[in-house]
Design a protein around this ligand. Structure first.
Ligand SMILES: Cc1cc2nc3c(=O)[nH]c(=O)nc-3n(C[C@H](O)[C@H](O)[C@H](O)COP(=O)(O)OP(=O)(O)OC[C@H]3O[C@@H](n4cnc5c(N)ncnc54)[C@H](O)[C@@H]3O)c2cc1C
Length: 458
């Protein structure tokens, strides 16, 4: 066979199932090409775009060090390159959810290649479970996480590492070249950096995870989302590490495994209900009359809502491409409940900014907050953003990292500046409405509105 291996978002040399496939089928190869199609991130935030290119370049450097030279092209040119190379087969990752555009995903690409009479070989590279192996007795996907977790936890087991040699790849592969406009100079080995960060988390922070992961002023989370979104680390290797350390601190390790299984749960649901990427999982809410208020949406995007925890979280997202899980819950509840804006607007904004964007986790995270998803937050448990701020950033340390204007404001006033505006002006020289926005909505009023709206669909 004349095989093309499509490498996007499997940016790792170690534990790469695509490489393993090539090594195992070496005797069947007439020609072998590695192809790295670049995503179009022109509508993504600069911070996300730059990070993607940095990781791509690091991966290409790592390949070249092992004498492997991929063709680097844009997705648009993929079909014509495959024609030019006269490929009979392509090997593709079939379970990636982190593409910036859905047209790069497996169903789309598979259909395109098959139109050109090219055989497509799909490999699982980025998730632990095979969706159809996780179904309940009725052969349906679990729709409640705890049931999924209880039924499938026993299947989280040690798996053997892959054992191919890089030489097997470089000796068989034809040399490709860079046909894109991307300059390829970056020597940082991103996979090595990711592995180092992951092991630091295991050595230092995982024992605090269960207790402190929700405290947004501290950094006891793993950052794994980004490494998984790029495929820098293998989920099986991660699970192996977790199982190996398990006995040292069972409850911390178990709570982390549970989180990783959340990602699998959402992935499985998305493979079985792909239509929920753009519409409510819960059918009864599909006709909800959401708000499309542009000025509210803009205030939310820019961190100008007058709720410091929301504003600080959005500013952090805008400048780093990252947001803590608790803050994702707070800002998504604020958008979909306090502002009653359609969750798909928030989902799309996160897609443009989040470096660890994952379609399944993002869509289901948003639908959880909007109370339209499976196993979602019930609408009557709407978050109070002031209470969330008091609980998870009690001293206001996180807020102060992003909102310099509130630096001198003590913790008893920082969570609700509109309420304490006279004190802030008198004692701290902060004028609400001028130096920092007045709250754009009143929490109690928006709560009444939300309850009323949801009750109409009972
Ligand atoms: C509105 C909203 C949008 C989200 N969008 C994304 C997204 O685009 N991409 C993404 O990877 N996660 C998303 N999440 C889930 C979660 O917020 C992130 O996985 C997490 O914050 C990433 O940071 P971390 O790797 O440091 O997390 P850690 O707390 O260290 O967790 C470790 C890993 O467990 C998994 N995980 C943890 N919590 C969840 C969860 N609630 N759902 C699914 N997986 C989870 C992730 O793979 C994560 O990397 C979203 C959550 C919400 C509420």
């Amino acid at each position: 066979m004349q095989l093309g291996v499509i490498l996007n978002r499997v940016f790792r040399m170690k534990d790469n199932p695509l490489f393993d496939f090539v090594a195992e089928h070496q005797n069947e190869l007439d020609k072998l090409y590695f192809i790295l199609p670049l995503e179009d991130l022109s509508d993504a935030a600069e911070v996300k775009r730059n990070d993607y290119y940095k990781v791509v370049k690091g991966f290409i450097t790592a390949l070249q060090k092992r004498d492997i030279y991929p063709y680097v092209i844009t997705y648009k040119k993929l079909a014509s390159l495959v024609d030019d190379l006269d490929l009979s087969h392509v090997l593709i990752a079939k379970d990636i959810m982190s593409y910036h555009k859905e047209t790069y995903d497996y169903p789309h690409i598979k259909t395109d290649f098959e139109k050109h009479q090219i055989k497509v070989i799909g490999q699982r590279v980025n998730h632990y479970f095979t969706p159809l192996m996780t179904l309940n007795k009725q052969q349906q996907p679990y729709k409640v996480f705890t049931r999924f977790y209880k039924a499938n936890r026993k299947n989280v087991i040690h798996t053997p590492a892959k054992s191919y040699q890089y030489k097997q790849l470089s000796q068989s592969a034809e040399k490709g070249f860079n046909q894109s406009e991307l300059r390829l100079d970056n020597n940082e080995d991103m996979e090595k950096s990711a592995r180092k960060a992951w092991h630091r988390f295991l050595d230092e922070d995982i024992s605090y995870y269960k207790q402190l992961a929700d405290d947004v002023s501290q950094d006891f989370v793993s950052g794994l989302g980004k490494y998984l979104a790029y495929g820098l680390l293998d989920i099986h290797a991660i699970i192996n590490d977790l199982l190996e350390g398990y006995d040292s601190d069972e409850s911390s390790y178990e709570s982390f495994i549970r989180e990783v299984m959340f990602r699998e749960f959402y992935y499985i649901l998305m493979t079985q209900y792909p239509e929920t990427a753009t519409q409510s999982f819960s059918e009864k809410y599909r006709n909800m009359q959401w708000s499309y208020n542009q000025s509210h949406f803009k205030a939310w995007q820019q961190g100008q809502t007058g709720y410091p925890i929301v504003d600080a979280a959005m500013k952090k997202l805008n400048c780093t491409g990252y947001m803590h899980n608790r803050l994702r819950m707070v800002v998504s509840q604020f958008l979909t409940k306090n502002l009653f804006i359609d969750w798909t607007w928030g989902e799309d904004y996160f897609r443009k900014y989040l470096i660890d964007y994952d379609n399944a986790s993002n869509v289901h995270g948003w639908q959880w907050s909007a109370s339209t998803g499976t196993d979602a937050a019930p609408y009557f448990r709407m978050f109070n953003p002031i209470r969330q701020s008091e609980r998870f950033d009690a001293q206001g340390y996180f807020i102060k990292t992003q909102l310099e204007i509130l630096n001198e404001v003590p913790s008893q006033y920082i969570h609700n500046p509109t309420k304490h505006k006279d004190k802030l002006k008198e004692n701290y020289n902060v004028e609400i409405g001028k130096d920092y926005p007045e709250a754009i909505v009143n929490h109690k009023h928006s709560r009444d509105y939300v309850m009323d709206k949801f009750k109409q669909f009972k």
